[in-house]
Ligand binder design. Sequence first.
Ligand code: DQA
Length: 146
Amino acid sequence: TRILLLNGPNLNMLGVREPSVYGSQSLAELVQQLQDYATSLNVELSHFQSNAEHELLDRIHQSLGQIDFIVINPGAFTHTSVALRDALLAVAIPCIEVHLSNVHAREPFRQHSYLSDIAKGVICGLGPQGYRFAIEAAVSFTQSNP
Ligand code: DQA
């Protein structure tokens, strides 16, 4: 199973950025833990973070035929990007949307996502653990949909 972990804008600032909302762990630490977890599940995990919408789109396009499942935290693009939605539809790679914070307990503008209805599932509010659960779910999804 080949899983792509995508993190959108400002997630490179984890650990520094609003720690009361997003926690104190850096993105590098988080990704390392997820890599170890993926290895324990015998899964190939690649990771890409960008603050640029087009770079995320390019990475999704390049995943065609290369990646079985995408775990994505689109950051603020969740609430703005029709293009990200269209890219995921274009490659038709199943995905899970993850948010560290509980977006439903925050500002009203965070409560709409352009991705949720096309995702296999959505996890929010569980912090870094949410990514783990998404990887676990991605593995069982790909095993039951080979
Ligand atoms: C986020 C929630 C978004 O609303 C916000 O713009 C982010 C992070 C989260 O992980 O909780 O950048 O996706």
